[in-house]
Design a protein around this ligand. Sequence first.
Ligand SMILES: [Zn+2]
Length: 421
Amino acid sequence: MGDYAILLAALLALLAGLTIGKAWERYKLRDGRWIDRRKARESPHYILGLNFLVSNQIDLAIEELTRAAGLHSDAIEIDMILGNLYREKGQVSRAVKVHQELLQRPKLTKIEHAYVMLCLGLDFKSGGFVDRAFEAFSEVLRLDPKNHYALVNLEKLHEEQHQWQEAWEIRQRLTKAGTAAETPRNQEILAFLENERGLEALKRMDYRAAARHFEAAIDLDRKAVPAYLNLGDTHSLQGQPAKAAEAWEQVARVAPDQVFLAFDRLESIYAKLGTPERFPEMCRRLIAASKQDWRARAALSRHLAAHGSAREALDLLFEALVHNPHALIIHEAIWKILLDLDLDRSLVERYIELTGQAVFYLDPHVCLRCRYRSTELLWQCPHCREWNTFVEDRIAPAQDAEEAGELGRQRGPDATAVRSR
Ligand SMILES: [Zn+2]
């Protein structure tokens, strides 16, 4: 117990140090008198509140911090945290009220004002009040032009509104303010935003502008796969099939594991160019370069089946199956060819043998608390020791908010996180 107390004291000292900052900032001149801002922080409620916060017990944290805030109303960060906790709990109007009241406090410093504004912006954003969130984050930037959180949130709001140009401009600001280590990630995001701007130009049928944006995206990030795909589409629309093929073939060079996204396009453009043999040739090159490439095998198989080589097509699918026994599209392609071959008994037996050897998840259950996996439904998790936390993990499309909320109420707050793997 003694050790624990020392450890706790050290942790709290650290937390308090982080929150308070330099010692001389403890005292603040307000209404012509010095006040000691430590009082609230030294109350047991503040300390308990922080502890509950650390252990993610939000309701208890709110209770204790509310008491601490009542003792001394000068420590604005307690109310700031309280407001944020209400927001996290989904009580947006309450969060807005707490933060707006903070803005009414006299003698807020510029930085305090900016931080309360930021909290308010997050409240509005989570409540879906887009315009007011825009205003709040813009106000933060007026007070603190390099505020990273305000910039990132504004960028996301613009993205949600499909205002790609504006989002791109903000990412430029973030890139300039960022460190060298952050540059590749920033370039990658800028490339995605350029790609979106290109898609917009494509929608307007402004092919030259579209191509410019896609090329700019590739310059920013050589692995910007969607930009290559869209650049090829643009060339194709401009009546330049050879240039289109060239753009799509680049994907095989920069991101060979994603070139399958260009398979359909390449297969049809090669046929259009009068050189259909280039497609199986490319697939064979990909298979030779990467033995596990089941997608190239499946694509080559489909091509061969369509050109009358069913047996060779089936062999390729059996090989693909060894590398990815869970891919339903391989099984479906196999069933189709087996039917076309009148269910040749020896081939069906080979298929059954191959699937029998494959490792499937027999009955996948997963702990909602720690994600421990089990083949059977367990009542207590052997890893985190929690009771009744297992759900069956099925592959399913993401659910809409209403359904997810319904599930959340049935199985606790994390139930929706594991629906797909
Ligand atoms: Zn567990």
